[in-house]
Design a protein around this ligand. Structure first.
Ligand code: HEC
Ligand code: HEC
Length: 353
């Protein structure tokens, strides 16, 4: 072999090694949907939106697989993600629709949010401070809330194997963990409330609930403009007139994100699925019963410059409140209770592994 030939051969071999090495380092790029396909076969998860729900968008690099969802669920219930013994479940319990009673000091006195039908959202958190995908929200939860020690996670061989198999990574990063957690968040779907069954024509509402439904969906209550039909939230920012003075920093809501005076007191409309399982209502948990919430909408709305025009009676800018009588208030509460999804809160597929 002459020198030129030797150099050529060496180069060729080196190139092969380099290519092979880079493949090993980034198999996720080649196998975005299949993880480490060489050795592990994963089961694609078929995401079926509930009837009448729009399709969802799933990030290309985080396609749903049964195994990845299982991995995300494990992380959700694992106290090793935090440094103080908490896990995600500490504040998001299935029996409460993945929320929890009370307020969170870490969150400046805000209530926990229910983890339901998040797959359809683009705006997250009470004041909409995170926009984007569930992966983005999970990055925040891991790096800011938990300050997760990735070295600790990498020391757990079970996780190393799972991440290698399902995401094709040798070294687990916050981003990989966020992807797995987002998978579990995405499949927490509520589709079987009494109201869903009613819409599908499977059950009747009681006369009380039916009257409440009418109040909710007509100008009388006007709830549906923000808490839209089946998703039960428009996922947009509104001021529903809770405060005349913003006593606490958190009460300023979306203003804290944009610093625009027009956004004072605006919050993202919350999902009303499983709302009857909550014990504290509104961003700061100021109300402790649905009766109190309805009373607020009936008589307590504050007329402030940024209050949503929907909070006034149709064509009567000056009239606030709903003018519901005692029976009508009870009817509205009865209807709100038809949003409870007993199937979801007892579904073993969502429970601790
Ligand atoms: C100490 C209590 C606590 C812990 C622990 C906690 N959360 Fe939360 N979570 C909250 C609170 C409170 C909010 C609302 C915060 C806000 O609006 O600023 C929230 C919001 C969320 C949201 C946004 C929901 C929405 O509708 O926008 C998601 C998703 C979420 N948490 C998932 C998680 C995951 C996953 C973990 C674990 C990595 C976790 N949380 C740990 C209290 C907690
Ligand atoms: C202008 C939009 C808008 C309208 C109309 C509206 N809401 Fe709301 N609703 C919101 C917003 C925004 C919040 C969250 C406010 C906050 O936390 O500061 C909220 C919160 C709630 C909550 C508390 C949810 C929780 O998890 O804490 C309930 C219950 C509720 N609304 C029911 C109703 C009912 C019933 C009606 C009709 C009488 C109604 N809403 C009309 C925007 C609206």
């Amino acid at each position: 072999m002459n020198l030129a030939k030797i150099i050529k051969t060496t180069l060729a071999v080196t190139t092969v090694i380099v290519v092979a090495a880079s493949c090993r380092k980034e198999p996720a790029n080649n196998n975005n949907n299949g993880g480490n396909n060489d050795t592990v076969v994963m089961t694609p998860y078929e995401f079926v939106p509930p009837t009448h729900f729009p399709e969802i968008t799933i990030p290309e690099d985080n396609k749903l697989y049964v195994e990845r969802i299982e991995l995300g669920k494990r992380l959700f219930f694992d106290t090793r993600l935090s440094n103080d013994g908490q896990n995600c479940e500490s504040c998001h319990k299935q029996e409460y629709g993945f929320s929890v009673p009370g307020v969170s000091t870490f969150d400046k006195g805000q209530t926990s949010l229910p983890l339901i039908n998040l797959a359809w959202n683009k705006n997250y958190m009470w004041n909409g401070r995170i926009t984007g995908t569930l992966e983005d929200v999970m990055m925040m939860e891991l790096t800011v809330r938990f300050n997760t020690d990735v070295a600790k996670i990498n020391d757990i061989s079970e996780y190393r194997i799972m991440f290698k198999n399902f995401y094709g990574v040798d070294e687990i990063t916050h981003k990989d963990m966020a992807k797995a957690l987002a998978q579990y968040m995405r499949v927490l779907v509520s589709r079987d409330t009494k109201y869903d069954r009613y819409v599908k024509g499977q059950v009747m509402l009681t006369p009380m609930e039916e009257e409440g439904r009418r109040i909710f969906f007509t100008e009388k209550g006007d709830c549906f403009h923000c808490h839209t039909n089946l998703l039960a939230t428009d996922n947009l920012m509104h001021n529903n007139g809770l405060d005349s003075v913003y006593a606490k920093e958190i009460d300023l809501g979306y203003y804290n994100v944009t610093k625009d005076a027009n956004d004072k007191g605006k919050f993202r409309t919350p999902n009303l699925r499983n709302v009857a399982l909550r014990t504290h209502y509104m961003h700061d948990g100021r109300f402790t019963s649905l009766e109190d919430v309805v009373e607020f909408y009936n008589t307590g709305v504050n007329k402030v410059p940024t209050v949503d025009p929907l909070m006034t009676k149709a064509n009567r800018d000056d009239v606030f409140g709903l003018g519901l009588n005692e029976v009508e208030k009870k009817q509205l509460v009865a209807f709100l209770k038809t949003f409870t999804d007993s199937t979801m809160i007892t579904d073993k597929a969502f429970a601790a592994p």
